[in-house]
Ligand binder design. Sequence first.
Ligand code: SF4
Length: 448
Amino acid sequence: MSSKPPNILCVNPFIHDFAAFDFWAKPLGLLQIAAVLRKHGINVTFIDCLDRFHPKEKNKQKIFWDGRGPYRKKIIGLPKGIENIHQRYSRYGIEPDWLRGDLEKLKALKKVDLIFVTSLMTYWAAGVKETISIIKQIFPYVPVVLGGIYATLCSEHAQKHSMADFVVTGSGFKNLNTIIKDYTRFDMGFEYDIDDRDSLDDLPYPAFDLQNKIAHVPILTSIGCPFDCDYCASSYLSPQFIRRSPESVFNEIEHWYYKHKVKNFAFYDDALLINGENYAHSLFEKIIDSNMEPWFHTPNAVHVKEITKKTSELLFKSGFKSIRLGLETIDFKDRQFDKKVKEKEFYAAVTNLKNAGFKASQVGAYLLCGLPGQSLDNVKNSFLKVKKNGIQPTLAYYTPIPHTKMWEKAKKYSKYDLEANPVFTNNNLFPCVSEKNPTKQIAKIKNL
Ligand code: SF4
């Protein structure tokens, strides 16, 4: 075993897609791993291919009031199999030459022992491959380990096509120590018990400070989900629902707010409000009683059922600026896939939020669109009904995801061979909609 800590490079890859935008998105898992490595004495460098604040960025990238903003993009050719789609397809992120330059600079500075690359959407596989191919040009002999969501859900595809030397599935922490030992002969003595209820509280905060600028911070309060919606891979990715303590979440918010002047925070957990009396309420009360004035956002949906009068008031007073409700469809008689919302619960949630002080423009409801067998008329009706309730309907395009309950049905309905290439699962292709011109029809609904 070596006693000298290795140098590890962590890379967030490019996105190849029809559209992409920084909705408070950050490679949370990778930055959490970076924080663990750093805590154990390992030298960590982070390169973010989606960096909106790269030093070479001449066009001042627009920062919205809430920290969001567009990525740099360059139009690239459409992938094989969808060449005839009349839509633009782009690489989102920094210029490939900037990435090469950053890698060359790092190579001149130090010997890199191991490279970690993360991955998110399954249909962004080509962006991962392009990133690794550039890394391999500069560091041909340094092992590249790929982890993250695409690597877990499409591990065979990733092993065959990503150019990574090793593909990790599931939690990145599970075998972290073994991977480091195998590749660098350094034992950092890190052990992580995924089933331990306190495991999340014991982790250091994700290393957001390795970025060029911290425009916002996504806060993780839990992993997994107590629900098991047919279209969602949450239970496959994290079979256990484990929460951090409200104190630990509050301390992290304080840390970024005071030490790094972060104003905008995003909660991505769908389950944030579950059992609110015993969890989120105490977190929100702590924030209200503090001297902080952060702004919070819920880009993923929160559970409608949990939006009580008390919860709505606490959400409003603690600084939530936008609330997204997970609705699926407003056709309550025919809720096929997601049975966690009842009609009266939805109407009560809207009333509670409005009474607490939220403006209609701050509240939105996600309506799923493009599910296998779903008619676009159903989507249109739901859209109009939500609008009538005085809140914003937002269409969430369905992505077929391997290892979900709906995957087999999606394959049956799809006009593409979903197993052949994850690019065919891109939700902008509406792969499971059998009606003609879905893009045009959905644009019409959105114009309503
Ligand atoms: S869609 Fe949301 S509520 Fe349903 S299983 Fe996934 S994370 Fe949980």
